[in-house]
Design a protein around this ligand. Structure first.
Ligand code: C2E
Ligand code: CA
Ligand code: CA
Length: 704
């Protein structure tokens, strides 16, 4: 192969067929679109003579001869034969390239039989465009003459513009045919392309760029004025590059016979799949409401399908698309003709209601939820879907387009959090919750970058010896005004944004420092128990990395204990089981935290290498409030001992707790009654002065 594969890959993402043949017509390259058109794999096409695929060989030969004679690109209409025998009506342009003394013909084939081709192929192609963008920039940098030739031989206009100023930075030669200006005109007057946009479509284009977020790709159709005054319809697939600050686009001229003109105009403001109004139309609709009836209230409902991604991922896009069409039909029917329903994105829909009184909004939201009751039938399979809806009321909750959508989206997430298949009205406190969340998130970042996180250690006491067995490491995040932020708050934020993995590393490192210090002070065995979140546990390499780290620091695994909650283990019993067995094999002990609060299957747990059950403090604190708490504690203790596990009780706050637990066969105690969690230096102080750890037994002390 004389060409570099990755660069030719770009050609596979074009909706048009591209074929490169030599002077005899032998196919040297064919892209995916072409193989699809003729129904032959590209590997089967290589080496084949293109003439064998043509229904009208004469036309093509005449065309080739003319191109050779005149040395320029030529358009011709011809028919290909599909593998299944059907005739594919196609338009092609042929262009000759001389490269290293070889003559090559580039044939650009556009399937005319399939009018929906553009819609179909341009859809959901973010990754493709991203790849294309990457390839294109390397392609442009390489200044490779052959590649420039290829770019020029493509009928699609390929371009990119600055995402702020929208001024043109690159365009290929195809722009000349579409606009009737030279490529140089465009490159010297960076806003020429904007000036050529049809006045009626300028707003549409502007909104499009304003709402295309970094990393997203979308399609748009609009009209331009050709240099000779003629109106042309363009279809652009545009990607907002997140780091290069560019909009990158591929544009085709879809000006079609008059009859199709209306269809094209329709699709500029409608989603090609569901034929519902699209995001641009929604924005125009909202803006016109603000303008014309600024005072009249209305409701905006943001509807998101629950778990739709699962269907798409497991059943494929084709079934996903079919379901989306059915969803749209049902929504359209529920919403009726006086209200407005748009497809906002993938599986998101926005509904605008004229009446904003809660009664009618409630009724509509109910109706929409109900719409999903019946299963969706595709290929004789039943799919059960539901939806979550967030509701905002204009002008009470927001007064501009962005805030309306943003707040509706927030309320929709709240509906998901509450268990899906329901609607939730936006409330300002949600914004506050988000604000708080973001605030904590930034404190966590701050804590990580400036090493503010600090481990505290709470002693655990053996009930038989009254000696210290070990410590539980509990994390603290200092706060300038509030003293500390409770781990119950920051851990859940860190779990949801993934920062828990970095935090976990920090905890391990400080716990190991602590182990090193105590180890150096005396020879008695002890352990430090660290809390591990389910996110950490479900990292494939968790156990392996933990053991490696201890090894690297020359710390025996017997000094470390891992506390996991029941729910973390039950979340994925296979992965958790693998990790636990690996930890155990490495010599690390495992405690099951918060025991009694989850819904674990004891049959499963019994098979896992668990060393200790920690009875949750919610049973210990109200120990004397009801007899059942005491029975539960006794039962857990018996069960654990039958299975050869130890039992720890946490939350020992009162001497009455202490007495009860001492008498009921609990192995280890932890609680404020014995000792609060303390920073490392205070623990060291106690060790050095041999100060007792807890008051009830004054003789207790650490023997060094
Ligand atoms: P946990 O693992 O159940 O930790 C025990 C909690 O009970 C600690 O709260 C401890 O201070 C508290 N406690 C101990 N004795 C008593 C008592 O007598 N009475 C009462 N009322 N409470 C007592 P803390 O330190 O606020 O930690 C809360 C939770 O945060 C922990 O619950 C644990 O789930 C999580 N956490 C703390 N540190 C870490 C960490 O380093 N990593 C992870 N993943 N989670 C952590
Ligand atoms: Ca714990
Ligand atoms: Ca606990």
């Amino acid at each position: 192969m004389e060409h570099e594969a990755p660069l030719y890959d770009v050609l596979n993402y074009l909706p048009d067929g591209i074929v490169m043949v030599d002077e005899r017509g032998v196919i040297l390259f064919a892209n995916d679109a072409f193989s699809e058109m003729v129904g032959l794999e590209s590997t089967m096409l290589l080496g084949l003579n293109m003439l064998s695929l043509l229904a009208d060989i004469d036309v093509f030969q005449a065309c080739i001869e003319k191109v050779m004679r005149e040395g320029k690109s030529l358009d011709a209409e011809t028919n290909f034969i599909h593998r299944n025998g059907s005739i594919v009506q196609a338009v092609k342009s042929v262009r000759m390239i001389r490269h290293n003394d070889h003559v090559r013909f580039f044939v650009n084939v556009r399937n005319q039989t399939d009018l929906n081709r553009l819609n179909k192929e341009l859809r959901s192609s973010k990754e493709l465009i991203e790849l294309q963008a990457r390839e294109l920039s390397s392609l442009l940098n390489s200044k490779n003459q052959e590649l420039e030739e290829i770019l020029s031989s493509i009928d699609e206009v390929i371009w990119y513009i600055d995402n702020q100023t929208l001024s043109l930075r690159y365009v290929n030669r195809a722009v000349e045919k579409v606009f009737g200006f030279s490529r140089e005109n465009f490159l010297s007057d960076h806003t020429l392309w904007q000036q050529q946009i049809h006045v009626d479509d300028r707003n549409l284009v502007q909104i499009f760029f304003e709402t295309l977020l970094p990393g997203q790709s979308q399609e748009i159709r609009f009209r331009i004025l050709h240099n000779e005054g003629e109106i042309r319809w363009l279809n652009s697939r545009i990607y907002h590059h997140p780091t290069l600050n560019l909009f990158i686009g591929i544009t085709s001229d879809i000006t079609a016979p008059k009859a199709q003109g209306e269809e094209i105009a329709f699709l500029a403001y409608h989603d090609p799949l569901t034929l519902l109004p699209n995001r641009a139309k929604l924005k125009l609709q909202l803006e016109s409401r603000f303008e014309h009836s600024a005072a009249s209230p209305f409701a905006l409902l943001f509807l998101d399908l629950d778990n739709f991604k699962n269907i798409n991922d497991t059943m494929g896009h084709k079934i996903g698309d079919t379901i989306l069409i059915e969803v749209s039909d049902r929504l359209r029917e529920s919403v009726g003709k006086y209200d407005f329903c748009a497809r906002f994105g993938g599986d998101e829909f926005v509904i605008l209601l004229q009446d904003a009184d809660t009664q009618s909004v409630d009724a509509m939201a109910q109706r929409l939820i109900h719409t999903f009751k019946e299963p969706f039938k595709v290929d004789q399979m039943d799919f059960f879907l539901s939806s979550s809806i967030g509701i905002v009321l204009y002008p009470y909750d927001a007064s501009n387009v962005e805030d309306l959508i943003k707040h509706a989206d927030t309320a929709m997430y709240e509906a998901k959090n509450k268990g899906k298949n329901q609607f939730v009205y936006y409330h300002a406190s949600m914004q506050r919750a988000i604000h708080d969340y973001l605030h904590i998130e930034s404190l966590i970042r701050d804590g990580l970058t400036h090493n503010l996180f600090k481990l505290y250690f709470q002693p655990l006491i053996n009930t038989k010896t009254l000696q210290l067995e070990g410590y539980e490491a509990l994390l603290r995040l200092p706060h300038p005004e509030q003293g500390f932020i409770a781990p119950d708050i920051f851990i859940s934020v860190a779990e949801s944004n993934g920062d828990i993995l970095l935090i976990g590393k920090e905890v391990l490192s400080q716990a190991c420092d602590f182990i090193d210090t105590i180890k150096a002070l005396h020879d008695e065995p002890f352990f430090v128990a660290i809390n591990v979140s389910s996110k950490q546990l479900h990292q494939e390499a968790f156990a392996k990395e933990l053991l490696e780290y201890l090894n690297q620091r020359s710390i025996s695994p017997t000094y470390l204990k891992v506390e996991l909650t029941e729910s973390a283990v039950m979340e994925n019993i296979d992965i958790a089981g693998r990790q636990l067995r690996q930890l155990q094999a490495g010599g690390i002990r495992i405690a099951l935290d918060d025991f009694g609060t989850g819904y674990s299957s004891f049959a499963y747990l019994a098979q896992l290498p668990i060393d200790t059950l920690k009875i949750d403090k919610s049973f210990i604190l109200p120990l004397f409030e009801s007899a059942s708490n005491r029975h539960i504690v006794e039962a857990i203790s018996n069960l654990a001992h039958v299975l050869g596990m130890k039992v720890t009780a946490e939350g020992v706050e009162e001497s009455s707790h202490y007495d009860f637990l001492m008498e009921n066969n609990i192995d280890t105690l932890q609680g404020f009654h014995l000792c609060r969690p303390l920073p490392k230096d205070q623990i060291l102080q106690k060790l050095e002065t041999k100060a007792p750890y807890f008051t009830p037994v004054s003789s207790f002390g650490y023997t060094i």
